[in-house]
Ligand binder design. Structure first.
Ligand code: SAM
Length: 204
C-alpha cells in the first residue's frame, strides 16, 4: 500500500510514510471489508459513514507538516484510523465525532493499540474545541462549503487547517495556512468526503 498508493503518488514525508506503515488499517475497517483494508479506497463503516482512502489520509497528514511536538485537532473521528496516524506524529491529538457510537468504537480500538496521547470527544466539531485552542494544525475529515470560522480562529498563527471544500458531492482538499491572521490557501487534490454536519457546516 505504501509503495504503490503513497510513494508512487507523491507522498514524500518519511515520518508520514513510517506512520502509514505502522498503523494497522485492518483493525479499523469492519470485518466484512477486511480483505480490502489495504486497497486505496474509502470503505463503508457504521452510521452510513466512511473510513478515508489511505492516499488522502497521507496527503492530509503530510500537509500538516508535523514534527512531533504539536497539538492537533481532528474533526470527524470516524473509525479512528486517521486519529492513529496523527497520534504517531504529534504530541497530542484531540478528536471530535458527532456520532457517539463511532467515537466509542474508535476509542476501543485506539486503546487496544496502546495510544495514550489522544483525547476523544463527542459533539459538533464545526465549533472546534475552544478550551484546548490554539492548535498547531486542524484536520477536517468531512466536507464543508467553507472553512468554519471557529476552526480558523482556533488554529495558531502559522498553523494549517486541512479541509475538503466544495459541494456535498465533490470537493477540493485545501490546506489553509494562517498568515498574519488571514487565510492563505493551497489546493491539494480533488476528493469526495461525507458532509460536515453542524452549526458551521451543512444542515442535517
Ligand atoms: N477520519 C475518519 C477515519 O479515518 O475513519 C473518517 C471520517 S469520515 C470520512 C467523516 C466523519 O466526520 C464521520 O464519522 C462523520 O460522522 C463525522 N462528522 C461529520 N460532521 C461532523 C461534525 N460536525 N463534528 C464531528 N464529526 C463530524
Amino acid at each position: 500500500m505504501v509503495l504503490r498508493h503513497l510513494i508512487h503518488r507523491g507522498i514524500r514525508d518519511p515520518r508520514v510514510l513510517d506512520a502509514m506503515r505502522k498503523v494497522p488499517r485492518e483493525r479499523f475497517v469492519p470485518p466484512s471489508e477486511r480483505d480490502r483494508a489495504y486497497a486505496d479506497q474509502a470503505l463503508p463503516v457504521d452510521c452510513a459513514q466512511t473510513i478515508s482512502q489511505p492516499y488522502i489520509v497521507a496527503l492530509m497528514t503530510e500537509a500538516l507538516g508535523l514534527q512531533g511536538e504539536e497539538r492537533v485537532l481532528e474533526v470527524g473521528t470516524g473509525t479512528g484510523y486517521q486519529t492513529a496516524v496523527l497520534a504517531e506524529l504529534a504530541r497530542e491529538v484531540v478528536t471530535i465525532e458527532r456520532h457517539a457510537e463511532l467515537s466509542e468504537k474508535a476509542v476501543r480500538v485506539l486503546d487496544e493499540l496502546g495510544y495514550g496521547n489522544i483525547e476523544a470527544r463527542v459533539g459538533d466539531g464545526t465549533l472546534g474545541c475552544p478550551d484546548r485552542a490554539p492548535f498547531d494544525g486542524i484536520i477536517v475529515t468531512a466536507a464543508a462549503s467553507h472553512c468554519p470560522p471557529a476552526l480558523f480562529e482556533q488554529v495558531r498563527e502559522g498553523g494549517v487547517v486541512v479541509i475538503p471544500i466544495g459541494g456535498r458531492g465533490v470537493q477540493m482538499l485545501e490546506a489553509i495556512c494562517k498568515v498574519d491572521a488571514a487565510p492563505r490557501s493551497e489546493s491539494l487534490s480533488g476528493c469526495r468526503f461525507v458532509p460536515l454536519i453542524g452549526a458551521q457546516g451543512w444542515p442535517r
